[in-house]
Design a protein around this ligand. Structure first.
Ligand code: NAD
Length: 248
């Protein structure tokens, strides 16, 4: 019951890490608003959370567009008078060699992975400032710490997420708003399987200290810590959930 009476908005909640976060938060008694552009899967996750006794409401929307995010934020504020937690998780990670990358591909990556956070934060922060309380977790990637070929547009966007987290933590500290970041390593999700072969996954795992594939729940648990009072003394931080791949 770490999140009892808390209202949380999770982006990219229809599958993978976002789905695990939504499910874990609901099991800790949070009221969870799920936002994803995949309306059908998002609805199925919300229904399954409710079937398990949790509170969940789904919204279909593209995080690149503020008007498609606003209904979820407004609904949470109207229904409960508060938004306590924002998880900026929605993201994409297609590979592309740098010299074959088009300007559109570069812009698309920045728009989904980084500018989306600008939109969500601008909509949610006024509600948090009004109540002098809030926990925000932005999902970056350990690839920013390591560098990763064929992913320059992705790694640049995830570095931007860390810069955004640190600077906004400084700006929002006076309002008692906590803004932290998670840098996941190689997490076994459906999407990862589209881009990473079994051989590549094995190779990445060999760089970890822990000898197992990490799952979305591993990330969700750290997200829960950063969204609860357990991490009240932290802001502007970045936690690696990577099985001991990078050590910074
Ligand atoms: N899986 C990994 O190994 C890994 C590692 C490091 C960081 N991450 C980051 O974690 C986050 C989640 O990754 P995942 O593996 O769970 O991805 P995923 O593809 O499994 O899930 C992402 C979700 O975001 C949604 N989404 C994508 N673009 C959207 C948009 N424009 N508007 C609304 N929803 C959108 C998708 O529909 C999907 O439901 C991403 O930010 C990713 O960069 C993942």
């Amino acid at each position: 019951m770490l999140l009892k009476n808390k209202t949380a908005l999770v982006t990219g909640a229809a599958t993978g890490i976002g789905e695990a976060i939504a499910r874990l938060f609901a099991s800790e008694a949070a009221r969870v608003f799920l936002l994803d552009r995949d309306a059908a899967r998002n609805r199925a996750v919300a229904e399954s959370i409710r079937a398990a006794g949790g509170w969940a409401r789904d919204f279909a929307g593209d995080v690149r567009n503020a008007v498609e995010i606003a209904p979820a934020v407004e609904s949470a504020a109207e229904q409960f008078g508060q938004i306590d937690i924002l998880i900026n998780n929605a993201g994409i990670y297609p590979r592309q060699p740098f010299l074959e990358m088009t300007e559109e591909q570069w812009d698309e990556m920045q728009s989904v992975n980084l500018k989306s956070m600008f939109h969500c934060l601008q909509l949610v922060l006024p509600h948090m400032i009004a109540r002098r309380a809030g926990n925000i977790v932005n999902i970056s990637s350990v690839t920013f710490l390591l560098g990763m070929g064929n992913m320059t547009h992705y790694v640049a966007s995830k570095g931007g997420v860390i810069g955004l987290t640190r600077s906004l933590a400084r700006e929002m500290g006076e309002h008692n708003i906590h803004i932290n970041c998670i840098t996941p390593g190689a997490i076994k999700t459906e999407s990862e399987a589209r881009f990473v072969t079994d051989e590549q996954a094995k190779e990445m795992m060999s760089r970890q200290c822990l000898g197992r594939r990490l799952t979305p729940l591993d990330v969700a648990r750290v997200c829960l810590f950063l969204s609860s009072e357990l991490s009240d003394g932290m802001t502007g931080q970045c936690l690696n959930v990577d099985g001991g791949w990078a050590m910074y």
